[in-house]
Design a protein around this ligand. Structure first.
Ligand SMILES: NC(=O)c1ccc[n+]([C@@H]2O[C@H](COP(=O)([O-])OP(=O)(O)OC[C@H]3O[C@@H](n4cnc5c(N)ncnc54)[C@H](O)[C@@H]3O)[C@@H](O)[C@H]2O)c1
Length: 267
């Protein structure tokens, strides 16, 4: 018997990386999964995004554990696509108990070289995308008088980091969003918490795979972490997500840093 038997969990950015690891970890605890990903094209990203094939691979891994998985191609920048995905999830799987707002993109570089389009794209995905997800799932959870929501920020949402100002602005922003929304729904059986990973070995920071470290920014961030290991594995973050969504309902508005000791350097 798993801690999440009978629960349905929707994960944005569920096609690969951390989102896929969360899908597998929650399914291993008994949850059925809705994986949302495969967004439309983006400008000037240095790495490819998740695809429909990636979504189907997540579904295969979940089904191997004996759980159901509904893969949905949708872009969190589009509120109507997010609303439709939530509606389809609740209709086909019977409820929607857990949401992990994990979809995100990164762009790096000095702030004075961030274009209007890249700035807007970061905001639309990392901040507005989380807003769309929360706004769509809260009414369903409110009707059930139960919900567990986790928002994926970053250790970049806890500190300043040169060459990540625009990204970090979105990751600080969703912490304010999550904490405020947590207060709005606290009496209704719904918790909203934030998870802040440090550098994690996924295609976002290591587009080509393998063990090589891709660029100087990532190397600099790794050197700043007190615990001397290169980066997190996605499963390290998933353990935090499982903890937050299996909580009986006494932790909300909290921020869990999975930071290789970086938490020791902030306030
Ligand atoms: N990898 C890291 O070092 C790191 C560190 C801290 C926080 N994060 C955050 O963790 C989350 C997961 O990232 P990851 O490391 O697994 O990277 P990843 O690029 O492997 O996964 C992100 C997934 O989100 C999807 N996505 C992006 N924009 C989307 C959109 N508009 N609509 C729907 N799906 C979209 C992508 O297609 C991709 O499959 C992100 O929010 C990221 O910012 C990553």
């Amino acid at each position: 018997m798993g801690a999440l038997d009978g629960r349905v969990a929707l994960i944005t950015g569920g096609a690969r990386g951390q989102g896929r690891a969360h899908a597998v970890a929650l399914a291993a605890e008994g949850a059925d999964i809705v994986a949302v990903d495969a967004p439309g094209p983006m400008t000037d990203l240095t790495y490819p995004l998740g695809t429909v094939d990636d979504l189907h691979e997540t579904a295969r891994l979940v089904e191997k554990l004996g759980r159901r998985c509904l893969p949905i191609a949708a872009d969190v920048r589009d509120s109507s696509q997010v609303a439709a995905a939530v509606e389809q999830a609740a209709a086909e799987l019977g409820s929607l108990d857990i949401a992990v707002a994990n979809a995100g993109i990164v762009s790096t570089g000095p702030l004075d070289q961030v274009s209007d389009r890249v700035w807007q794209q970061l905001l639309d995905t990392n901040l507005t995308g989380v807003f769309h997800t929360l706004r769509a799932v809260i009414p369903v959870m409110r009707r059930q008088r139960f919900g567990r929501i986790v928002v994926t920020s970053s250790m970049g949402g806890r500190m300043g980091i040169p060459d990540l100002a625009a990204y970090n602005a979105t990751k600080w922003g969703i912490i304010g969003l999550a904490k405020s929304a947590a207060l709005e729904v606290a009496k209704e059986g719904i918790t909203i918490n934030v998870i802040c990973p440090t550098t994690t070995q996924t295609p976002m920071v290591q587009p080509a795979g393998g063990d090589d470290v891709p660029d100087e920014l990532v190397r600099r961030m790794m050197r700043a972490n007190p615990i001397p290991q290169p980066w997190l594995q996605p499963e390290d973050v998933s353990r935090g997500v499982v903890y937050l969504v299996t909580d009986p309902g006494v932790i909300t508005g909290s921020v869990l840093e999975v930071g290789l000791g970086g938490s020791a350097r902030i306030h």
